[in-house]
Ligand binder design. Sequence first.
Ligand code: AMP
Length: 468
Amino acid sequence: MGPLKKDGFHDECGVFGIYGHHEAANLAYLGLYSLQHRGQESAGIVSSDGEKLYSHKGMGLVADVFTSNAIGRLNGDAAIGHVRYSTSGESHIKNAQPFVVEYSRGSIAVAHNGNIVNAMLLRAQFEAYGSIFQSSTDTEIIVHLIASSKEISISDRIIYALKKIRGSYSLLFLTEDSMIAARDPHGFRPLSLGRLKGAWVVASETCAFDLIEAEFVREIEPGEILVINKEGIISYKPFPKAAYTPCVFEFIYFARPDSTIFGANVHAVRKKLGERLAMEHPVEADIVIPVPDSGVPAAIGYASASGIPFDKGIVRNHYVGRTFIEPKDAIRHFGVKVKLNPIKDIIRGKRVIVVDDSIVRGTTSRKIVKMIRGAGAKEVHMRISSPPTICPCYYGIDTPRREELIAASQTLEEINDFITSDSLGYLSVEGLYKAVKEAGASFCDACFTGRYPVDILKEAAPQLALFK
Ligand code: AMP
């Protein structure tokens, strides 16, 4: 879910839900802990004891937002939770999820990962009739649609609402008596179902199941709605069949390597991306090093396919917060140095291949190349385990506007000059597909090709016009 903005959408999130466990809130907290990489801006849990919903949300990391007292106040056997990504604008508690409302039929909470591309248009229609919105997120439109539905049952109300929205969504709802999970017809974002003794568990990624020792049951299917309550679990598939286009960038960067998403293990896929990269862009060198942590699996793959030794040439400080107090006398490249530090003894005098998963604006790669050279490398060859990022994402990954994407306007040579590497190689789109083939043949690859599975011009353009 994301704030409604005219320059596109900024959001990446994780969702977790559990139904039928006496420690629901505590397990939701642990589930969110495992999904922390999907969002660091805010965290929240809403629980239900069968009669009432209880909510606790805050800005910051899961471990900072929840104390054991706060978890203790989240009564009941069912809970849903959400982590939201840190982005430039609209960082506000009012946008933290799960979003809870009271309406004519009771209470409902919603947690959303994805992006509703026609949210602005729908919101303008509601506002024209006097509706008042509490947040600036696209997610809130869903509860307005549910509340305005003439249907009786919650499942029919949710179906009514989801039929009106376009874009990407992996959703969890909680009412007094039911937990409902839904995945959009294209299946953009991952969402899996698990079992923990008698309880049902749903999570964005399977790494959340591992921590709480839940068993993976299956992925929630594209276009599927699962209603879980005392009566059991019911699956609905109310949408016309759409092309299955899961997000390939989940494999490249976003998901955790220990997760299985879209039918394949993320680490294994990343290693294959690195192997393909080595086949497409070989270069004579002494050592392969990853940009930690995102480049590690691809660098392992590159090293094994090329036969060039892998080593850890850069160490990452995992405890870096948001702001640093800089010394008055400026230190060169201070920002990147706080986070990453080269191991000079490994790098000095070597021809180094540096592997990262992607280049967005190019500023990180530029700093890293300078850092490696500063550590005494003889040559620095940059290798990227994805194709050039040329288009923004409208389905739930935080990418900047097209103007800021270096590969949208610059050639390979120009990017190589900008980042000051001796050579630069990106994986081809064909190579990407060969590496992910285990997970299927079709993906959303819009960030690399500009082919948007849900028509952005048709859906988003009228919304953008509202802001002119
Ligand atoms: P940049 O300096 O903008 O080129 O950033 C590139 C770095 O950002 C790479 O190391 C990527 O691993 C990382 N990255 C790529 N996509 C994202 C994203 N959506 N959110 C945060 N970091 C990202």
